[in-house]
Design a protein around this ligand. Structure first.
Ligand SMILES: Nc1nc2c(ncn2[C@@H]2O[C@H](COP(=O)(O)OP(=O)(O)OP(=O)(O)O)[C@@H](O)[C@H]2O)c(=O)[nH]1
Ligand SMILES: [Mg+2]
Length: 239
């Protein structure tokens, strides 16, 4: 009998679900060519891609990071900047999103001027004010070609209550290629900052209502704000 009960407790413990990994869905948006694919690739693969083509629809990149002993899956949605490649996907970008990264290219004043339109798109998709937004000026390795001053970008960021990061997906340690300047933010640090912010905003909820369960019951049509979503279920692909 004693043997039986120890067997069943062994079976029970081995059938427990493995520790869950929360998913933070972060969308990266901005004009075509600003470097969204390169930035997300740099964060997830750790290097600048050899070659990129215009993104069609969306590409997903994921990286599991650890914050305070908790494993978190950062799921980056590398969206298409070209209208014709994004229009059928836009509503999926914004569904259950946890944070938004706006990207402009420091060598393109036009990409900076487009930012209000990207912010407006977020508004139209009813993104809650609690969803963190950050502003990233990319291609800082080409400072000598810069068309957007840090001061101007900072004013814009302040006006929209966003932190500003200036970086380079190509040379994330900053500065001109081969030069000595070292003023850019590291790509890794930027996404880690977002993840830290999300983690502090969404403390891990313990209890029977597990993330796996919620993911299963979450309906495609269900719209809820990330604040309501205590367990951060995110879809794993285009819906
Ligand atoms: N010098 C420099 N070039 C970059 C950097 N980031 C991206 N690029 C280049 O900019 C071009 C566009 O980069 P992508 O990452 O494909 O741009 P995107 O924003 O994803 O464009 P879409 O997919 O069309 O929306 C490519 O030729 C990249 O090599 C950077 O930090 N520095
Ligand atoms: Mg792209």
């Amino acid at each position: 009998m004693a043997e039986d009960s120890s067997l069943s407790s062994l079976e029970f413990s081995s059938s427990l679900p493995p520790p869950r990994t929360r998913i933070f869905k972060i969308i990266v948006i901005g004009d075509s060519g600003v470097g969204k694919t390169c930035l997300t690739y740099r964060f997830c693969a750790g290097r600048f891609p050899d070659k990129t083509e215009a993104t069609i629809g969306v590409d997903f990149r994921e990286k599991v990071i650890e914050i305070d002993g908790e494993k978190i899956k950062v799921q980056l949605w590398d969206t298409a900047g070209q209208e014709r490649f994004r229009k059928s996907m836009v509503q999926h970008y914004y569904r259950n999103v946890h944070a938004v990264v706006f990207v402009y290219d420091v060598t393109s004043a036009a990409s900076f001027r487009s930012l209000p339109a990207w912010i407006e798109e977020c508004r139209q998709h009813a993104l809650g004010q609690e969803v963190p937004r950050i502003l990233v000026g990319n291609k800082c390795d080409l400072r000598h070609l810069s068309q957007v001053s840090t001061e101007l970008a900072q004013q814009f960021a302040d006006a929209h209550s966003m932190p500003l990061f200036e970086t380079s997906a190509k040379n994330p340690h900053g500065g001109e290629e081969g030069g000595g300047r070292n003023s850019s933010d590291h790509v890794e640090a930027i996404f880690m900052t977002v993840a830290h912010k999300l983690k502090s905003q969404k403390p891990l909820q313990l209890g029977s209502d597990t993330s796996a369960h919620r993911c299963l019951v979450q309906r495609e049509s269900a719209i809820y704000s990330p604040r309501e979503s205590k367990t951060n279920c995110a879809v794993s692909g285009p819906q």
